[in-house]
Design a protein. Structure first.
Length: 326
C-alpha cells in the first residue's frame, strides 16, 4: 500500500531538486542541512540572484538559466581563489510555469557534475512573476589564502582573464540590437559564462587583489582601486577580444568603448607585482586560462582612466551596470 500523496510543493521539490541533493542535504526533508567542512579549510560563502527580464531573457532556455545561476556564483568563488563545495537555492516561479523547472533543474544537474557540487536545500515558492532565483554558494580555501579586493599597489600590473565584451555583445545579439553571430559564440557567452575556478586557485599567493568582472570592466576595476586606495590606467587596445568580438569591432569601431563597460563577462580581474609577471603566466598555463595585461595601478585618486588606441583619454557614459542608476 502506498502512502499519502505529497503536497504539490513537496512533490515538485522531490521531482526536480531531490536528484540534485548530496551529503548533508538530508534528502531535502528537514528544516536545514548539515555540513562538515573539509578539515583545515575555511568556508567561503557568496550569494547572487537572477531575475527574469533583468539578468536573463524571458525566452532564454531554462537549462542555460540554471547554468548561469550556478556559474555566476561559482565566479565569485573563483575571485576568492576558492574551490566549490555545495549550494542553497531559492526559486520563485509562477504556478503556471512549473514545467519550466524541469529544464532549469537539468541545467543545474549537468553543471553539478561538471563542477563537482550539489544542492543542500533552500526554498521553492510561487510568484505572480517574473521568475526570481537566488543561490548561496559555499566553497573552501586554505586558511589565509583567499584572494581579496583590497591589496593593489601603485605600480602593480592590471590583468584580466579570457576575453572581454562577449557577454555584452551576446545580449545585443539576442535582443536584436546586433546581427552577425553565425556560430552562436556571443549568445553562449551571455547565457553560459565560464567561471575561472582553476585560475583563481592558481593565483593564490600571486595576485595581490582580485574580483570577477560582472558589472563591466571599468566599474569593477574601480572597485579594486577603492579597496586598495589606488588609481588605474587602461588602454582599450589592450583588452583581450574573441574573434567574434573583433569581427564586430572591425565592422563598427564604436562598439569598442562599450565593451569596456558592458557586463556579464565573469572573467577574473586582478593586480600583481610586475616582478611576478612570470608567476602570473605560469598560473595561466597551469589553469589553461589565457590572461592579458591591460594596464597598471597608479598612485593618487581612486579613479580609472581609460585611453583609446591612440593614447587619448576617453570619457565613457558610465562605468558599468547598476540596478539603481537614476
Amino acid at each position: 500500500m502506498s502512502g499519502p500523496a505529497l503536497p504539490p510543493e513537496f512533490a515538485l521539490i522531490a521531482r526536480h531538486f531531490l536528484p540534485l541533493a548530496g551529503p548533508g542535504a538530508l534528502n531535502l526533508s528537514d528544516d536545514a542541512a548539515l555540513l562538515t567542512p573539509p578539515p583545515g579549510m575555511e568556508l567561503v560563502l557568496a550569494a547572487d540572484a537572477l531575475v527574469e527580464g533583468v539578468h536573463f531573457l524571458p525566452d532564454d532556455p531554462p537549462e542555460t538559466v540554471g547554468k548561469k545561476l550556478l556559474r555566476t556564483n561559482l565566479s565569485d568563488l573563483a575571485a576568492m581563489g576558492a574551490a566549490p563545495l555545495a549550494y542553497l537555492m531559492t526559486t520563485a516561479v509562477p504556478a503556471s510555469r512549473q514545467d519550466w523547472l524541469g529544464g532549469f533543474a537539468a541545467g543545474l544537474a549537468e553543471d553539478g557534475r561538471v563542477f563537482g557540487l550539489h544542492v543542500l536545500g533552500g526554498d521553492t515558492v510561487s510568484t505572480p512573476g517574473p521568475v526570481t532565483l537566488s543561490l548561496t554558494i559555499l566553497g573552501t580555501v586554505p586558511p589565509g589564502a583567499a584572494l581579496r579586493r583590497g591589496g593593489a599597489q601603485a605600480g602593480d600590473d592590471a590583468w584580466v582573464s579570457g576575453t572581454i565584451g562577449d557577454g555584452a555583445l551576446g545580449l545585443a545579439v539576442l535582443t536584436g540590437d546586433l546581427g552577425g553571430d553565425a556560430e552562436g559564440h556571443l549568445a553562449r557567452r551571455y547565457r553560459v559564462p565560464e567561471p575561472r575556478l582553476a585560475l583563481g586557485q592558481a593565483l593564490r599567493g600571486v595576485a595581490r587583489a582580485a574580483m570577477d568582472v560582472s558589472d563591466g570592466l571599468v566599474q569593477d576595476l574601480g572597485h579594486l582601486c577603492r579597496a586598495g586606495g589606488v588609481g588605474a590606467e587602461v588602454r582599450l587596445d589592450a583588452l583581450p577580444l574573441s574573434p567574434a568580438a573583433k569581427a564586430v569591432i572591425a565592422a563598427d569601431p564604436s562598439w569598442l568603448p562599450r565593451l569596456a563597460i558592458g557586463g556579464d563577462d565573469y572573467e577574473l580581474l586582478f593586480a600583481a607585482d610586475p616582478a611576478d609577471a612570470g608567476r602570473v603566466l605560469e598560473a595561466s598555463r597551469a589553469s589553461g586560462t589565457p590572461v592579458a595585461r591591460i594596464g597598471r595601478f597608479t598612485a593618487g585618486a581612486t579613479a580609472v582612466r581609460v585611453h583609446d588606441p591612440d593614447g587619448r583619454p576617453l570619457v565613457l557614459p558610465h562605468g558599468g551596470w547598476s540596478h539603481f542608476r537614476p
